[in-house]
Design a protein around this ligand. Structure first.
Ligand SMILES: [Zn+2]
Length: 80
């Protein structure tokens, strides 16, 4: 490669009452997965992009781990 790729990273936690925003972000972003590339496909250092939606328990008292409720992977599609 002679030119750098673009990489998009995002991590936004939204409160329960903003579920519609979470769904809008999900619906806006998932169509772009089809244009994502896999870096070093099939090798030990493979990098494959993904979009994950989690239920986050970090503000609960006591905090509990996040749970992945939906996941899309570049070149594979929805896996959860
Ligand atoms: Zn969390």
């Amino acid at each position: 490669m002679a030119e750098k790729d673009f990489r998009v990273r995002m991590d936004i936690t939204l409160p329960p009452e903003a579920q519609n925003y979470a769904e809008e972000i999900r619906d806006a972003l998932t169509p772009f997965l089809q244009h994502g590339i896999v870096i070093n496909e099939g090798q030990d250092n493979e990098e494959r992009g993904y979009i994950e939606i989690e239920k986050c328990g970090h503000r609960l008292v006591p905090p509990v781990p996040c749970t992945v409720i939906a996941k899309w992977v570049v070149g594979i599609g929805r896996v959860i």
